[in-house]
Design a protein around this ligand. Structure first.
Ligand code: BDR
Ligand code: CA
Length: 318
């Protein structure tokens, strides 16, 4: 990058195997400048997610990105967990190093506020878990909006769900939080299951990870093994969809995803559909203005080249 720094970025996440790959993609890509990692409940408890984030960054040899612990549950006090996919620790599979640095003494919302307010240019917020921390930030400190370039989140779908028949896990886990973000007036991009199910870690992809001559690549391959077994057991997928790095890939290479502008809402009630995203791709709600850029098509080869190259860069320098 010849001394130029990438776009300022914070990642709010619940690692989680695919969140972990998203972190590696970010720290291995000069197009983005990761300024903070904040954690949330989701794939596991927030305590486990925080330890996992510290361990992933330690594995990557990145000890100078602050990590802060966030929400233990949703805005309405619930706590839906995804250990049935990611294992007891939230990141089961290969052994991980002990964290080589400590969590921040301030919480996630305060760290996000500080990073955004001290940045010389607007900060991109990528959310790859339940979006509770981001909603709490916008509710408690609405003045930070002018310092946010956009919110790009993994969640929802233009189609069906995974946690329930219609709701994706992250949006099911805190629909009220997503509602706050969708109504915020910020630039919002949604990367839902309709997109991430195009990001399959096929055996050829996993072989490329396993073939790297370093522990970072081999750890990624082993994560895919655990994650893939869960996806096969729960949803009968032949290869796991690696959802969360799609958000980061979109920031690194705009050509990796095609988008459509649409009105998006999230179901807060519903006898069976709570947490479902309603994506009005065909303008059926004529009175509703589009509020979201919706990810539609992934260039999967381009995506995996970005991920593999970043993981290899991280592993060679760690
Ligand atoms: C989302 O839920 C979690 O299992 C993944 O980390 C991803 O963020 C997919 O529905
Ligand atoms: Ca996640």
């Amino acid at each position: 990058m010849g001394g130029r720094r990438g776009r300022p970025l914070v990642i709010d996440c619940d690692p989680g195997h695919d969140d972990a790959v998203a972190l590696l993609l970010a720290v291995g890509s000069p197009e983005v400048d990761l300024r903070a990692v904040t954690t949330t409940f989701g794939n596991c408890s927030v305590e486990d997610a925080t330890r996992n984030a510290l361990q992933v960054l330690t594995l990557a040899g990145v000890l100078d990105v602050p990590v802060a612990k966030g929400a233990a549950g949703s805005l309405d006090g619930g706590s839906t967990l995804g250990n049935y996919v990611h294992g007891v620790s939230g990141l089961d599979g290969p052994p991980m190093p002990e964290p080589a640095f400590e969590v921040e003494s301030v919480g996630a919302v305060e760290l996000l506020r500080r990073v955004i307010e001290s940045s010389d240019e607007p900060v991109t917020v990528a959310a790859t878990g339940p979006i509770t921390n981001v909603a709490r930030l916008l509710l408690d400190f609405p003045e930070v909006k002018s310092g946010i370039r956009e919110v790009i989140f993994m969640g929802g779908s233009t189609e069906r769900g995974n946690h329930t028949p219609t709701a994706e896990f992250n949006t099911y886990a805190d629909p009220e939080a997503l509602d706050v973000v969708l109504r915020s007036g910020l630039t919002v991009r949604m990367v839902g299951l309709n997109l991430t199910h195009q990001a399959l870690a096929t055996p050829a992809v996993v072989d490329r990870m396993a073939g790297m001559n370093h522990v970072v690549g081999q750890t990624c391959a082993a994560w895919m093994g655990f994650f893939g077994a869960s996806y096969n057991r729960v949803w009968e997928f032949a290869a796991p969809p690696v959802h969360d790095p799609c958000t980061i890939a979109a920031l690194i290479d705009p050509a990796v995803i095609d988008w459509r502008e649409a009105f998006v809402a999230v179901e807060l009630g519903g006898s069976w559909t709570r947490g479902t995203t309603v994506v009005d791709l065909h303008h059926r709600y004529a009175e509703q203005r589009p509020n979201t850029q919706v990810a539609m098509t992934l260039d999967a080869d381009r995506y995996w080249n970005l991920v593999i190259d970043a993981v290899d860069r991280v592993g060679r320098r760690a």
